[in-house]
Write a protein that binds this ligand. Sequence first.
Ligand code: NOJ
Length: 749
Amino acid sequence: MKTTKFLSACLLLLPFMSCTQVSDTKDKAVENKVDKLLSKMTLEEKIGQMNQISSFGNIEEMSVLIKKGEIGSILNEIDPVRVNALQRVAVEESRLGIPLLIARDVIHGFKTIFPIPLGQAATFDPSVAEEGARVAAVEASSVGIRWTFAPMIDIARDPRWGRIAEGCGEDTYLTSVMGAAMVKGFQGDSLSSPSSIAACPKHFVGYGAAEGGLDYNSTFIPERRLRNVYLPPFEAAANAGAATFMTSFNDNDGIPATGNGFILKDVLRKEWGFEGIVVTDWASAKEMIPHGFAADDKEAALKAVNAGVDMEMVSYTFVNKLPELVKEGKVKEETINEAVRNILRIKYRLGLFDHPYVDEKKPSVMYADAHLAAAKRAAVESAILLKNDKRVLPLKETVRTVAVVGPLADAPYEQMGTWVFDGDKTHTKTPLAAIKEMYGDKVQVIFEPGLAYSRDHTTSGISKAVAAAARADVILAFVGEESILSGEAHCLADLNLQGAQSELIAALAKTGKPVVTVVMAGRPLTIGKEADLSAAVLYSFHPGTMGGPAIADILFGKEVPSGKTPVTFPKMVGQIPAYYSHNNSGRPAMRNETLLKDIPVEAGQTSLGCTSFYMDAGFDPLYPFGYGLSYTTFKYGDVKLSADELKKNDVLIVTFDLENTGDYEGTEVAQLYVRDKVGSVTRPVKELKRFTRVTLKPGEKKTVTFELPVSELAFYNINMEKVVEPGDFGLWVATDSQSGNEVSFKVVD
Ligand code: NOJ
């Protein structure tokens, strides 16, 4: 596998490159072929291309439809022999021989499972995201899959929403960079390479803002916020060349995304020049009926296609209703032609017309050594050290016996995380297996899970775990969530540890032995109590196939943690939405809050000072965005700016020294935040604008440089124009979103 360091440096800039590059690439030869083929197609054949079905198993039944030209794409076929059989019908037996586009949800790996996307985001390393997507593409394409429904780049600021696991967290810039990297990884150097699969940034748009963190729920995102926060990752993905986009399930301010011409036509096509396929989410055209936006299938098809949808996933309103809608003149044939052009263009670009079949005889690439090594690197980089009192980690040589406990210690299926259709748990390496295999000669391992699974309320096993702990020098407690507790439709109103896991940690802590808590979960959980009882906390968003070896190496000091929180960890659910990039209230929290326990009885109405905080939780979260410790320590030197005053087309050069002041070689994710002090509309208190991973040996010091074009300070102003407004800015270079000393600069006209 090629290392992608150089590429990843470019990827940091990709989100902000101009979109015209996409349309400049329109290949004349391909356009000619598309038009020629289109001119031969009947209306029914055109509409057939716009129909995506989910495999219903029976090849003969599907073949009948394919032969008639009624299917453009099939999802959920993963056997190369069956894929070829279906493709053969399309290519050799349908009138025009148009190949099928075979799709599958390959979200964080096909067979070799990488950390869930939220975990990948914790690496702050686009090369990890790109490599993960590349591995997924190589494995998936080897069975004939040429289209994945990923990356998911929904900004998510509510961890109750189970799908927070599938995206890159709360931040617009981080998501833009990681999402663009994933697009590059899936699509490779050229879409036409047999190992490239078309990416599908989803869900367009706003899905992550579901009210109450409840899946499929309505969103209310005003246009300015849509443009400043939710759209940029999609624009970055389009600029990275994403071949397809998927509409989202939600209605935003009353308009379901699948029927929203403003986002699908005005923004995506006209503003960004997107020329790929827009597919609905699963039956989201038909779901406009229960939304109350369409009366029946016919109106659903009408509204979706006229809004700019090209292909319908699985709900058949297009194939059933578009012919009559065109005949009645309610849908113009040119609208259909445009949709079919978009579909054929991508089929040509994927090389499907020239190479429709997959090589069934090719040796398997699944779980290749290089793939496992890349998955392990991703899992190492994604682990976040949240606490490390008295430097209990890495485990010292004096540790002779470890008690491995908890329901996630040896749960090969669960650690793969959500959206794993094809990963095989027998290939997963759990922490227990890895510790025994890799460190069994150094320590004696006593395994006593205490609980059978994360929701287990049976407390009878806890005493056995405690007895095991009493015989050990250190307790390694693996807790968290089963994979089914996050992902689509798996929302939670309570984010405390499930089952009796909290009781388990409390009982272990009572032994007086140091408790190292390792959390494997699909979301940030409210683990304040357990963190207090633990000497160390390592958070590993479901880490995938190679999670065990990665965690074992971190615990034993072969690897040094470097992950950072890609999302704010709230203390309590009631603090949600808690995200660092909020606007300021007129009465911001002063961080000297009087909490419930401090408030006298019969206190006066204004006794709390009238600022913005919760009496029970205060204002600050448990862990802020961008937070994560190392085994070593880093010292940030003073920040120097290339100028105090800049013009709009200048580039601000930010330099600072970063020094490793500890005993281990380690990697720090240095982060650059800015604040636009006064705007024509209020602006976030901080916005991440750059980050970089810097590796330093003990005592080593490096000068680090960030380049920030002033143009990247632009936002949608009071007139909904994207502009840089002159004025004062604050800037921080820091280890997380809450640290660092502010320096200032000015932008002038
Ligand atoms: C519904 C999900 O929302 C979407 O993310 C997924 O790609 C499709 N189903 C296809 O499985």
